[in-house]
Write a protein that binds this ligand. Structure first.
Ligand SMILES: Nc1nc2c(ncn2[C@@H]2O[C@H](COP(=O)(O)OP(=O)(O)OP(=O)(O)O)[C@@H](O)[C@H]2O)c(=O)[nH]1
Ligand SMILES: [Mg+2]
Length: 465
């Protein structure tokens, strides 16, 4: 069953554990989907948006029987669509014996209440549907906690009186008496749960920060892209791993990281993570902060695009906007056009090659173009790195270990060096040759300031000394 509205009775029935609300019933529900044609969204836009909504509904376990559209110059604040249209949907629901109606746009609590009262079945908007899918697909403790938080925050703003019978009053010291309305009780229960979830997420966050610190010297690459673009398939092809990849939306909800060796023995860490979609609920992005930190903190992004999708250019814009929202828009990025094996229009490929001379063209599924892509990735990474040589006294082991932590040490030899200006006695040093990301270069430079004047002794100087 697609899970909206969640039963608030859950919140008061179990004080210890409040189950995540998920889609579990295997029998498909029947759904009617609704889109609105506006001056900003043409008939063709809405057709494609509804195609995607239907795919989302299918992912959530519903069969779509009908599509309803309406052209509107302005939105009706009470019912979003016109009142005549609501009546039409009501009849259709009856005729089809539909279980739910799904709007492609997000509705206000008032609109949800008004429409639901009239149509006589469950009503869901796009965000609610996406949240339901996420809830159903969440596997790990982190993903489950993140989704539940987003669900409750979404629900909190949509509490209306229709739920007043669902939550039991809890009596006892410190609780309000019978004067408190059920909505207040529900809101309080939700708020308590939200703060617990936030605490849990903070703990998960701290663990992840520790994990990430351990791998900070490696170049970190994140795969980003629209859902179903082929990120996990590409990850599997490059790293010989077995991340779940399938033809459904939001197959991946957690970040998986793998070690991949590029040309020249350059090792990088590649993370595959949750896909983006048009109108990804803002709350969801917020609650998935710790998963998406992987993207925010990576050095380079690989933007995977399904080139066979008729709307792939829109998808690219959605990904850019989402990256912007995450604060990761300006990272060095390699664009990878995927699924070229399934592309029927050869012209499109030629045009794209002309328009995106720096992009890679691959088939992750068939293993086409992967070596070239690895080289392209290496080139993007190299642009962000500088190579340095430093002489660090062995009496400064902290500086040596910091270089190992922040940079890729290419060579490390021990020798004697002296300060060219102050005439002090020669000292044992490590000659360190390393490659460092530009973002860490200044930091290392500051750490090594005191040793900047050290110069290696020439062979004959060593004997003279
Ligand atoms: N024809 C073709 N299909 C591909 C290719 N790469 C991936 N696919 C298919 O596209 C579908 C989605 O692939 P995934 O790797 O799960 O996509 P994803 O980007 O990880 O998707 P989410 O995790 O849902 O965001 C699967 O059915 C893949 O088999 C390709 O190069 N060619
Ligand atoms: Mg995936």
């Amino acid at each position: 069953m697609i899970g909206y509205p969640p039963r608030l009775s859950q919140f008061s029935l179990s004080k210890r554990y409040l189950p995540l609300y998920t889609t579990q019933d295997p029998t498909p529900e029947t759904a009617i989907i609704v889109g609105v044609i506006t001056p900003e969204a043409s008939r063709w836009d809405v057709r494609d948006h509804l195609n995607e909504l239907e795919q989302l509904a299918r992912t959530a376990g519903a069969d779509v029987t009908d599509r309803v559209t309406q052209s509107l110059s302005s939105i009706n604040p009470a019912t979003f669509i016109g009142s005549g249209k609501v009546k039409e949907i009501k009849h259709l629901v009856k005729e089809r014996d539909a279980d739910l109606v799904i709007f492609d746009d997000d509705l206000s609590p008032v609109q949800i209440r008004n429409i639901e009262q009239q149509i006589g079945c469950k009503l869901l908007d796009r965000s609610g549907l996406i949240l339901d899918i996420f809830a159903n697909r969440a596997q790990t403790a982190a993903a489950k906690t993140q989704v539940e938080l987003a669900q409750l925050q979404y629900l909190r703003t949509r509490l209306t009186r229709r739920w007043t019978h669902l939550s039991r009053q809890e009596g006892g010291i410190g609780t309000k008496g019978p004067g408190e309305t059920q909505i207040e009780t529900d809101r309080r229960l939700i708020d308590n749960r939200i703060s617990k979830l936030k605490e849990q997420l903070e703990k998960i966050d701290q663990q992840r920060v520790t994990q990430r610190k351990g791998r900070s010297k490696h170049t970190r690459v994140s795969f980003v892209g629209y859902t179903n673009a082929g990120k996990s398939t590409l990850m599997n092809a490059l790293s010989d791993s077995d991340v779940l990849a399938e033809n459904r939306l939001f197959a991946t909800l957690d970040a998986t990281t793998r070690n991949v060796t590029l040309d020249g023995n350059k090792e990088v860490l590649i993370s595959d993570t949750v896909g983006f979609i048009r109108k990804l609920p803002h709350r969801l992005i917020e609650s998935f902060k710790s998963t998406l930190d992987e993207v925010r903190e990576s050095d380079v992004l690989v933007h995977v695009v399904d080139v066979t999708h008729p709307r792939f250019e829109d998808h690219m814009s959605v990904v850019q906007e989402t990256l912007d929202e995450l604060g990761a828009k300006d990272k060095s990025t390699l664009v990878v056009f995927n699924k070229i094996d399934a592309l029927e229009e050869r012209n499109l490929l030629q045009m794209l090659r002309r328009e995106h001379p720096d992009a890679s063209f691959v088939s992750a599924l068939r293993g086409i173009g992967l070596d070239d892509m690895k080289q392209d990735l290496l080139a993007v990474i190299e642009k962000d790195f500088v190579e340095r040589v430093a002489y660090v006294p062995v009496t400064a082991p902290k500086a040596i270990s910091n270089i190992h932590r922040l940079a890729d040490v290419v060579a490390e030899d021990y020798m004697y060096a002296k300060n060219g200006t102050n005439g002090a006695a020669p000292q044992a040093v490590a000659r360190m040759q390393f490659r460092v990301a530009k973002k860490h270069d200044q930091r290392i430079g500051r750490m090594l300031e005191d040793f900047a004047e050290l110069e290696p002794l020439e062979q004959d100087e060593m004997h003279a000394e």
